[in-house]
Design a protein around this ligand. Sequence first.
Ligand SMILES: Cc1cc2nc3c(=O)[nH]c(=O)nc-3n(C[C@H](O)[C@H](O)[C@H](O)COP(=O)(O)O)c2cc1C
Length: 212
Amino acid sequence: MDIGNLRREYHQGSLRRVGLRKDPFDQFELWFNQACDSDITDPNAMSLATASKNAHPTVRTVLLKYFDRDGFVFFTNLESTKARQIADNSSVSVLFPWLALVRQLIIEGNAEKISTTEALKYFIKRPRGSQLGAWVSKQSSIVSSRVMLEMKYKEIKQKFAQAEIPLPSFWGGYRIRPIQFEFWQGQPNRLHDRFRYTRKSNGLWEIERLAP
Ligand SMILES: Cc1cc2nc3c(=O)[nH]c(=O)nc-3n(C[C@H](O)[C@H](O)[C@H](O)COP(=O)(O)O)c2cc1C
């Protein structure tokens, strides 16, 4: 297959300054709702980039679980590679790849751990299997085999058979507080629309069009 020939023209609506919401959270909500109303699988999946102290970057998918004007929240293992990197360097970036709508949305900001109370509020709503999975997985560490993982799952399942599953101390969430958003809409002839919102010291957002 000639990968170099894999391309398509983009004709799915445009993004004009006049139609932009002044507040990037409002613009995010609009696009997020449109992604949810489309056929996109996992519209809340976002690529999360973190970097170590030595500026070594890592990227992986996580699920956005809720958002408001305080930021964007995801849940994970607090001893994972991403968690260790965030502890060293709280600057992160996330990207929503809404390719079916010819859109990408990039957010840059700082990640901070949410409180145990807030994490618990979400944890208790998770399906029991996911709660058990959180206990089983020492995320990002090396495991000898799948059999070991499944044995540990059975053990934990028995241990908590008669009880509610407690929140593991090593499981929780992060809130990304945005400092910048970029909304990208594909256009014909590679003249794509890109708008960047940057938060100013007075709390207002500056909107600039970027070259594609
Ligand atoms: C669709 C999808 C959703 C995922 N959602 C999460 C998530 O919400 N939290 C999480 O910790 N890992 C999630 N993962 C797994 C991560 O991509 C990653 O493998 C894991 O968090 C370990 O990353 P790390 O070793 O860089 O810390 C998801 C993967 C996929 C493909």
